[in-house]
Design a protein around this ligand. Structure first.
Ligand SMILES: NC(=O)c1ccc[n+]([C@@H]2O[C@H](COP(=O)([O-])OP(=O)(O)OC[C@H]3O[C@@H](n4cnc5c(N)ncnc54)[C@H](OP(=O)(O)O)[C@@H]3O)[C@@H](O)[C@H]2O)c1
Length: 187
């Protein structure tokens, strides 16, 4: 998609060393109620957020975030305040004027959200949504925060049926307690 503007389409994930992007029951407290922001150096987190111009989020990820926020206010704080797009077949109740709901074709949804990113990156959040984007060849980069823990069980990085893809390593940096890996998706 990068030929449509300067921004990249980036699948952004935090992952335990044994390949889980959430624990059992969608737990993103990483088994110890330690948030992602606590693992990553603040300046790296802020730089990635600053490079992000819009987000495209799946409905289940949205609901997990809502639940975390309700249980522990501030736990999903992320230094990003740009356009937010939610992929869902159902309206939000109550509606949220700061979120644009998209539905249907994933290619169109990515094009709309990337356009709104205004030349910055579009961040894709949600395993199912990311898998749709990867399947359609819409993803430029995968960014993984590898966290120093073994979860043993939970939600896998890839769901069964996910495509086999060749990735090109871009960078690997140690950031406080996390390792940030970037890969370019070969097309
Ligand atoms: N570690 C991380 O960095 C990270 C980041 C994000 C999420 N997660 C984890 O990933 C899990 C959530 O991912 P998920 O794969 O279950 O779900 P998801 O990708 O967040 O959301 C999937 C839902 O989005 C809606 N949707 C998807 N494509 C659509 C389309 N083309 N048109 C309209 N609606 C569409 C559908 O909901 P409806 O039909 O119900 O509307 C679908 O069930 C959770 O466990 C979460 O904790 C981890």
């Amino acid at each position: 998609m990068s030929d449509q503007g300067n921004g990249k389409v980036v699948v952004n994930r935090a992952m335990s060393l044994d390949g889980f992007i959430a624990g059992p029951g969608d737990d993103m407290g990483w088994g110890g109620k330690r948030s992602l922001a606590d693992y990553v150096a603040p300046e790296d987190f802020a730089a990635i957020a600053a490079a992000t111009g819009a987000m495209l989020v799946g409905r289940r990820t949205w609901e997990v975030g809502d639940k975390m926020e309700a249980e522990e206010p501030g736990s999903v704080d992320y230094p990003f305040s740009g356009p937010m797009f939610l992929l869902t077949h159902r309206p939000l109740d109550p509606p949220d004027p700061e979120v644009t709901i998209l539905t249907g074709d994933i290619g169109e949804a990515v094009a709309i959200a990337l356009d709104a990113a205004g030349g910055k990156d579009l961040e894709i959040l949600g395993a199912d949504v990311a898998a749709q984007c990867l399947q359609r060849g819409l993803v430029d980069e995968i960014l993984v925060y590898v966290l120093p823990l073994l979860l043993g069980d939970g939600v896998h990085f890839s769901a069964p049926g996910a495509p086999r893809l060749e990735l090109e390593p871009v960078s690997s940096i140690r950031s406080r307690d996390a390792t940030i890996l970037r890969f370019r998706v070969r097309k």
